[in-house]
Structure formats: structure tokens, C-alpha cells
Design a protein around this ligand. Structure first.
Ligand SMILES: Nc1ncnc2c1ncn2[C@@H]1O[C@H](COP(=O)(O)OP(=O)(O)OP(=O)(O)O)[C@@H](O)[C@H]1O
Ligand SMILES: [Mg+2]
Length: 417
């Protein structure tokens, strides 16, 4: 667990970048820092690996003051990922990824093997290992940045807007990949973003900062959406707050029916007695399409009639009411088709059923408990440098707080021969 105890950062020019911030970032979870530009998010992140030294208060990793470790040692257990990846342009992809293993004096073969394994892990073709960063797309470079931060398997990862420089589609892919990785790795992650949607999607906990380095709220995504602490937080979340909350209500809470569900072998004469729309399913209960009962042929079976496409379905065990509602709105019948993990029908929900489920879930929402998981894990530690430009980790000791990190390592390129 990373603990901020009354952390303040006041620069010599009087700027207060952090104002008495107290906060806990639980072990194995993703804590997202979000808020206005200049609100102190990056500053807060950098107090964890001592790239910024607070002027008041302290930062602890698993109960140990970060100042008790030398910066270089500390950073070896803390992966660091920044916007634009910050790769070393003159190094190949595998050598970029192996940066910290090289610093730790791993043998070169093992370091490069690890680099290639990590490439696969973050969804990159290991065939690209010998390329240089300029030969990769922005999204691929970000993946390299994540792989590099993971290389020495640090328990803690600091990520400063790692996905903000890529287009929305690539960004969505990176986010999904990141969540998949975290489900395997359970790192203690602090993730900075401007984007409230990204915060809600990725965060186990969200810390909202505002100008002046003030921490205004720390909450789970659900709590943040249902109970913003003040008008600033409500405004920051935006006007879709209600709709976003639906993402946290399981679709399974909506009542599902089998009304007007018929198999493809059903005679149209039987189907005509049903409602306006009939959901036609196969023998294996896979949904085939919607049949408008008013437009059925004179005879034959439903399977021979022209069916309107289902559009998208929702998965009952895993999807939210938001997904179900979206499916219902886009469905020709106004009803959403719920399926199991194999795509077989579980039941159908109309918009009225969904809205009843939403009302029930919202009314039943418990008061948020301000619980803090008490689990701990061995402390983490360290890596590079400044977030602004490609910067090598510093082999001996990191830059002192307040000093710019060197743009090049002391050794020629840090890669052993
Ligand atoms: N070396 C410095 N000297 C003086 N002020 C500084 C220094 N570094 C940062 N600041 C100020 O500290 C405040 C917080 O900056 P910080 O970079 O932490 O904000 P941020 O929340 O990460 O913003 P953004 O979302 O734009 O990245 C800003 O007002 C910034 O100008
Ligand atoms: Mg920042």
C-alpha cells in the first residue's frame, strides 16, 4: 500500500502543487488520479519515486518512508510509464524493454528473452524486437513503454497519462489490454489521467484533484458517480453521470422473460397469436432474428420467414444494465436479447423491465462505506527519470529532487555488450 500522509509541495516561487494530501493507494489495485490541469496529479505521482521531494508530510510504501531508500534503489521496484512512451530512440525495442534488467546487470541473453516474453504479454509481435521506436505506431510504442516498466517485475507501477497520445480506438484497446494484464499481475498501480471515462473504466479507486493541489474526493467509481463530494466533482464528471452509473448495475438484475420466444420450427399460424415481435431461436437456443408478426407469410414455419437482425446482444452474467439498455434501444423490437457465455438465449428484457431494475438498484444502493483494504505486500521500487523526454534510468543514483534527469545515461548507452 502507498500512503500519502499530509503531503505538501510548495515550490520556491510560492506555487502550491500539493496541499496537505492524505490518501491510500491499496496494494494490488489501480488508484487513478484525475482532475484539472495543474491540479498536482503528476507532482503527487512523482513523490512516490522521489522525483519530487515534498516540503511537508511523507509518502510511505508498505509503511516505509520512501526517504529511507536511495532514489535509484527505490526506483528499481517502481515501474514508470509516461505519455508518448518516452522510449530511447537510438535503442531497439528489445533493448528499450530490457533497460532496467541491463541496469540490474542481468546477463544480456536473459534480459532479451525477458523482453521478448514481455512483448507477447503486451500484445506486440516479438518479430519487432529489432526495430527502433520510430518504426512503430504510437499505440505500439505505448505498449513498449508498458513492457519496459514491467521488465524487472516491480510491484508498483506509476503511469502518467500513458494512453492519452493515441486515438480513441487504440486507446480503448490499450485500456482493455491493460486491465487484462492487471488481472494477471495484480500490481499496485497509480494511474494519472485527465479523462474521467478512463478513470471510471480503469480505477478501483479514484482520487480527484483540483487546482491548488487539493484532493477533493477519494472514492470507488460507483461512489464517485452516485455521490460526488461537491459541485466541482459533479461538474468534472459531467452530465452523463446518471447513464454512467448504469455500467455498475449488473444486467442480471433485470427480469428476463421468455415471452414471445419461439423456435424456427414453429408454424407461422402459431406465431401470429403472439405479440408484435417474436424472437426466433434455433434448436440450440441461439437467437436467429426478430420476426414482425404483422408481416409473416401466409403459411410455413418461422425459420422460413424474413427475420430482422438481432443487432447486439448482452451477456447476462457479465454485462451491465447499460449494455442491456443499449441493446434494447437498438433492437427493432425494443427488447434486448440476453445470452450466456456461449451465445445461447437466457431471456429477453424490454426497456420497461430495465428501467424497473434501474430504479430498484438505485434505491437499494447502500451508503458507501469508506473501507480501506488492509492487505499489504512487499514494497516495491524503482526506475527512471523525468517524464518529459526520453530519459534513461540513472545507473548509480537518480537525479536529486528538483534536478532535471540526465537525457542520457552516464555510460554510453547503458546496454552491455
Ligand atoms: N518546478 C516547478 N516550479 C514551480 N511550479 C511547478 C513546478 N513543477 C510544477 N509546478 C506547478 O505545480 C502545479 C501542479 O503541477 P502538476 O504537473 O502536478 O499538475 P497536473 O495535475 O499533473 O497537470 P496536468 O494535468 O496538466 O498534467 C502546477 O501549477 C505547476 O505549474
Ligand atoms: Mg500531469
Amino acid at each position: 500500500m502507498i500512503t500519502f500522509e499530509g503531503v505538501t509541495k510548495r515550490y520556491p516561487d510560492g506555487t502550491v502543487a500539493l496541499d496537505d494530501v492524505s490518501l491510500e493507494c491499496p496494494t494490488g489495485k489501480i488508484t487513478v488520479f484525475v482532475g484539472t490541469s495543474g491540479g498536482g496529479k503528476t507532482t503527487a505521482l512523482r513523490t512516490i519515486n522521489r522525483m519530487v521531494e515534498p516540503t511537508g508530510g511523507r509518502v510511505l510504501i508498505d509503511g516505509r518512508d520512501v526517504r529511507d531508500s536511495r532514489p535509484a534503489e527505490l526506483r528499481r521496484g517502481i515501474g514508470y510509464v509516461i505519455q508518448h512512451a518516452g522510449l530511447f530512440p537510438h535503442r531497439t525495442i528489445e533493448d528499450n524493454i530490457a533497460t532496467v534488467p541491463y541496469l540490474l546487470r542481468w546477463n544480456k541473453k536473459k534480459a532479451r528473452e525477458t523482453a521478448r516474453e514481455l512483448m507477447e504479454r503486451v500484445g506486440l509481435d516479438p518479430g519487432m524486437a529489432g526495430r527502433y521506436p520510430f518504426q512503430l505506431s504510437g499505440g505500439q510504442q505505448q505498449r513498449v513503454g508498458v513492457a519496459r516498466a514491467l521488465a524487472a517485475d516491480p510491484p508498483v507501477m506509476l503511469m502518467d497519462e500513458p494512453f492519452s497520445a493515441v486515438d480513441p480506438v487504440v486507446r480503448g484497446e490499450l485500456q482493455a489490454e491493460f486491465l487484462r494484464l492487471q488481472a494477471e499481475l495484480h500490481k499496485t498501480i497509480v494511474f494519472v489521467t485527465h479523462d474521467i471515462d478512463e478513470a471510471i473504466k480503469l480505477g478501483d479507486r479514484i482520487a480527484v484533484f483540483r487546482t491548488g493541489g487539493k484532493l477533493v474526493q477519494v472514492a470507488s467509481p460507483q461512489e464517485l458517480l452516485s455521490r460526488p463530494a461537491d459541485d466541482f466533482v459533479a461538474g468534472f464528471i459531467g452530465h452523463d453521470r446518471g447513464i454512467r452509473r448504469l455500467s455498475f448495475i449488473p444486467a442480471a438484475e433485470a427480469p428476463l422473460t421468455e415471452r414471445d420466444v419461439l423456435t424456427a420450427a414453429t408454424p407461422v399460424a402459431t406465431a401470429r397469436a403472439a405479440g408484435d415481435w417474436v424472437l426466433v431461436v434455433g434448436e440450440d437456443r441461439r437467437p436467429l432474428g426478430w420476426a414482425a408478426t404483422g408481416a409473416l407469410p401466409a403459411d410455413g414455419v418461422l425459420g422460413e420467414a424474413r427475420l430482422a437482425p438481432i443487432g447486439h446482444t448482452f451477456t447476462v452474467g457479465t454485462d451491465s444494465v447499460r449494455a442491456a439498455l443499449d441493446a434494447a434501444i437498438l433492437s427493432p423490437s425494443g427488447r434486448a436479447v440476453g445470452v450466456d457465455g456461449d451465445g445461447r438465449l437466457v431471456g429477453v428484457a424490454d426497456q420497461h423491465d430495465l428501467s424497473a431494475a434501474i430504479t430498484a438498484a438505485v434505491n437499494a444502493a447502500p451508503e458507501p462505506a469508506d473501507t480501506e483494504p488492509a492487505d499489504t505486500e512487499p514494497a516495491a521500487v524503482a526506475e527512471p527519470a523525468d517524464g518529459l523526454a526520453p530519459v534513461d534510468p540513472v545507473p548509480v543514483d537518480g537525479p536529486e529532487p528538483g534536478e532535471p534527469a540526465p537525457a542520457e545515461p552516464a555510460s554510453k548507452d547503458g546496454v552491455p555488450d
